[in-house]
Design a protein around this ligand. Structure first.
Ligand SMILES: [Zn+2]
Length: 232
């Protein structure tokens, strides 16, 4: 039986990085709905045009269309879902289709920490590299390590914007989290630590699904099965 995990977290909480690392570690297909829809929108097909229209209008692609695209892509892989299910209706649809979600990994980062991270974030307008004034500063102040361009702070890292995005996220995700909570499937992960700290919590949450099933495959992840990943 393929395993299905879902990762959720507030905007700019590092979900993308964490999801990518986790997917590599357990050979999960990282199914980020945003990327999937952008990819489909490039297709020269009826559905490509349809998706492209919704994206161009800034509208959500309808549930049934997204569901079909996601399920087609899941195709018996072990999957890390990212961005789907986005609503309770979508979660119910998955369940109705007999597609079980094994664990919902919810990254928790308090608003104050998100605001601080945003205030410290420096972005390279040239190559997109991201630095932090305190955690991961560039070698030369305000100069990109990668391409030498000057660094800038982004407008959407302004406090009011961060707070608004967080409010939208909470309003949208809360019902989905509650729905999975009522099924006992949610694992809350403290998203405040270093990338390695947060990753080790996620690895521990996912590894329990693999230890018993195929201990011979990855001795590394077996050892980490009960959260012994500290200091790694
Ligand atoms: Zn750069």
């Amino acid at each position: 039986m393929p395993r299905h995990f879902l990762i959720m977290g507030p905007p700019q909480a590092g979900k993308g990085t964490q999801a990518q690392l986790l997917a590599e570690r357990f050979s999960l297909l990282h199914l980020a709905t945003g990327n999937l829809l952008r990819e489909i929108s490039q297709e020269h097909s009826e559905r490509g045009r349809k998706v492209s229209d919704f994206l161009a209008r800034g509208e959500y692609v309808p549930d049934d269309l997204v569901t079909n695209l996601v399920i087609e892509r899941m195709n018996a892989h072990d999957v890390l879902l990212d961005g789907y299910p986005r609503t309770v209706a979508q979660a119910e649809t998955l369940e109705d289709l007999g597609i079980r979600v094994d664990r919902v990994l919810v990254l928790n980062v308090p608003e104050a920490d998100l605001l601080q991270r945003a205030a410290e974030r420096l972005t390279c307008p040239q190559c997109g590299a991201i630095f932090s004034l305190t955690i991961d500063p560039p070698k030369v102040p305000w100069i990109c390590d990668v391409c030498g361009n000057g660094l800038a702070q982004r407008l959407d890292d302004a406090p009011a914007t961060v707070q608004h995005r967080l409010k939208v996220y909470v309003k949208r995700s809360e019902p989905v989290v509650q729905w999975y909570l009522s099924r006992g499937l949610v694992e809350f992960v403290d998203g405040r630590g270093s990338i390695a700290d947060v990753q080790s919590q996620l690895v521990a949450a996912v590894a329990v699904f693999y230890v018993a099933a195929r201990p011979q495959e990855s001795p590394d992840s077996v050892a980490l099965g009960v959260g012994k990943d500290r200091g790694n």
